[in-house]
Write a protein that binds this ligand. Sequence first.
Ligand code: SF4
Length: 484
Amino acid sequence: MILEIRDHPYQYETEKLLRVFFPNEKLRIVHGEAADCGEQAVVTTAATDTQVFVRFTDKNGVLEESAARGDDGELAMATLLFRVLQSRTGYTPKWGLLTGVRPSKLFLTLERERGTDGAKRYFTETLLVSPEKTELASSVGAREQAVLSLSRPESCSLYVSIPFCPTRCSYCSFVSQAVSTPSARRLVPEYVRLLAREIKETGQIAKDLGLRLESVYFGGGTPTTLSAEQLETLLSAVRKAFDLSHLREYTVEAGRPDTVTPEKLQTLRAGGVTRVSINPQTFNDEILRTIRRQHTAEMTDRAFFAARAAGFADINMDLIAGLPNESVASFCRSVDRAVALAPENITVHTLSLKRASTLTADGTQFDKESAQAADEMLHYAASALGAAGFNPYYMYRQSKTLGNLENTGYTTAGHECLYNIFMMEECHTVLAAGAGAVTKLKAPHGADISRIFNYKYPYEYIAGFAELMERKRAIPAFYEAHGI
Ligand code: SF4
């Protein structure tokens, strides 16, 4: 497919919108008129001082429309393109023109300017967001606001990255290494040793600056891929390095039920962890085999009950809508089974097909039917979870997601995962340690954000550790420049 950009600066918006309607198409951008179109569909976008213009040409014919450019040419162009693509494909993306990652953040900004009803109207009438998704953004925004008010200028959170898993799921696009391969397994002891050092040095910087640690999150990968002893090494590094007296929440992802043992859960509890995530993704054993997760639904149940027995009062469970071959009915059964277990949080993700996943390499593609099925799944999840006393409190969107849909965290009253909101809404600094981790420095009294990137892969992290520690000097320098 060719996207022609003629006499306007709105390439970014037009390109993103086109990808929502045609996620599998290879897109060629041409500034001006494309010379060699061959059989390809061509989307021409053009503007004059007063008009915007869109023409869609493919083997079925030509559809062209124009509209007034008005005061906001970008919005006028996006709206017109949306209408033309909607009419050509018969498909109406639920998020309308919104292609951004955080709709609730935008909603909160609009709400401050226009009030709740005004923000809702802007979503539905101007951004063409469906009433259902507008309500979702509004209720997530309201719950986020309550959590954001806990953050102070001197607040920070800590993220610890464990980029190892037992094996690799077929939809995975993370850098996580499967310890089923000897080369990855060999790296683990040295990785843990250096990570404990990085935590120690990061904690010292936080103490020197007088930062107040609000939440800790061990993610990955699957942190519980490590042994109980290795986990204790890291938990003890956190305890020794940081002042935990203000800590509100301590999460460790125990995502894969096949890595969860009573011994590890006891180690986590004894180490101060308050919240774990045990992720079924689906309770359908056949689908679990298809996506190459080496556990069964029964193992998920057992891991969940073991976490309860170990004393965890905050447990999250992740589900994924749109897994290959999973029917709407099967997904709904998974929602019901998760609800029956009564965790405090259920996070409903939509399948995303990133380049690095095996599914993408195998040629799996999105189509309109699977997008519509995912939409039905999310709709069911929202109503079943609502009926069971869960409310949406956290939401984000990713590129290359089925139907351009969202990921939503649901919670029972008072059990919101604070880290998820702090991190997503960028309200305070997140110090990060480990391979692939990104420290995000937030100016205490302003909007400035600065990032420090660690090496992505464990072997690079180990080889470049000394240099990474040098990079951490940017943390005090940032606070010196921005005050505290
Ligand atoms: S558990 Fe998560 S990080 Fe690990 S392989 Fe599966 S999707 Fe990737």
